[in-house]
Design a protein around this ligand. Structure first.
Ligand SMILES: *Cc1c(COP(=O)(O)O)cnc(C)c1O
Length: 368
């Protein structure tokens, strides 16, 4: 039996390992591990991809969210509106600012924030909307932007799954006041460990995040605010710069494989999928997610055939023990709860071949 993982980082290493290790060797020889040219170069290149004036590398995607919100003025007593169907870090970042996450349900079809629900969730304390581009699909950015502008609310994008996604030529991270990215190893652009970045075209936000990531330093040993130690390692920046050159090509490959999945599974009874994005570039397919009833049984059957799958995410935030005190009950967000019961992530990464996609589809059909 051939074992098929959900993501295969060894296959990625086989493709680009030599180029990555050459950069690592160079960095060790130079002995510059914090800051310096590799960091500046990556920040410059990533800002270019995101079409923003600034990129500030930080220690993780979670820190990127936290520092972006904090720089935007989110603090105790504030509310930040986001969604229940996301990775936990989205809400943790709000809590780390001393603020309160307020949740609105997702759209039942695309599983991104239902912008139509924002007005009912707004209070005098609403400070920001944290918009998640789930699975690599841009959320409804134009509607979110319009709503936030109309109500004087800050817009921050959780773009941890959407590196390089574009709508009408505009890039993920450039729609909000700031965008937060994760470079967790399995993301579309992944480091060799923990890493993240905040992108923004607002000079004030960029300056504040730069300070916050480095102990609040305004100048050497002059600490303007009490900050954090959350810099992006030069080593990670050097690794990321190599991979960044491949990102658009890798995203294109993900899109092509997602297209094969879509065609194969469209007519399979018992499988539903989020509709294809009208603008294909607006989805970078960090994950390929289908919905099936009896998900856990299907998952076990696929596992017996050697096919690894994922569930993103099995328990929505409002039903997590950690967020019980937000006071939401089961049934509060029906679309997110239904998705949590049914979503199943199938193997997808740029080095995957089309024949394997067909094999996964065969196995899924048989399992159903
Ligand atoms: C990965 C991820 C994060 C957190 O990023 P880390 O780098 O793991 O801290 C936040 N939000 C979403 C949607 C993610 O997928």
């Amino acid at each position: 039996m051939i074992r098929q993982p959900l993501v295969d980082l060894a296959a990625q290493h086989a493709e680009i390992g030599a180029a990555v290790l050459a950069e690592v060797e160079r960095l060790f020889a130079a002995g510059t591990f914090i800051g310096g040219e590799p960091l500046q170069r990556f920040e410059r290149e990533f800002a270019k991809l995101c079409q923003t004036a600034h990129c500030v590398g930080v220690g993780s995607g979670t820190d990127a969210l936290h520092l972006a919100l904090r720089a935007a003025g989110v603090g105790p007593g504030d509310e930040v509106i986001t969604v229940p169907l996301t990775f936990v870090a989205t809400a943790e970042a709000v809590v780390q600012c001393g603020a309160r996450p307020v949740l609105v349900d997702v759209r039942p079809d695309t599983l991104v924030m239902d912008i139509g629900r924002l007005s009912a969730a707004r209070t005098a304390r609403t400070r920001a909307v944290l918009l998640v581009h789930l699975y690599g699909r841009l959320a409804d950015v134009d509607a979110a932007q319009a709503w936030c502008r109309a109500h004087g609310v800050v817009l921050v994008e959780d773009a941890a799954q959407a590196h390089g996604a574009r709508l009408g030529g505009r890039a993920a991270g450039s729609f909000g006041d700031a965008g937060a990215f994760s470079f967790y190893p399995s993301k579309n652009l992944g480091a060799a460990g923990e890493a993240g970045a905040v992108v923004t075209s607002r000079d004030d936000l960029a300056e504040q995040v730069r300070r916050l990531r480095d102990h609040g330093q305004a100048a050497r040993y002059l600490h303007a605010v009490s900050g954090f130690n959350s810099r992006l390692d030069a080593l990670q920046a050097a690794v990321l710069a190599v991979k960044l050159e491949r990102l658009d090509r890798w995203n294109e490959r993900r899109r092509a494989l997602a297209g094969v999945y879509h065609e194969r599974l469209a007519a399979v009874p018992g499988v539903t999928m989020p509709p294809r994005a009208a603008d294909l570039e607006s989805h970078v397919h960090h994950l390929f997610v289908v919905r099936v009833r009896d998900r856990d049984r299907v998952r076990q059957t696929l596992a017996r055939h050697g096919i690894e799958t994922g569930v993103h995410y099995p328990v929505p935030l409002h039903l997590q023990p950690a967020f019980r005190e937000l006071g939401y009950a089961e049934g509060a967000f029906p679309a997110a709860e239904a998705a949590a019961r049914e979503v199943l992530s199938l193997p997808l990464y740029p080095q995957l071949d089309g024949a394997t996609v067909h094999r996964v589809c065969d196995a899924l059909e048989a399992a159903l």
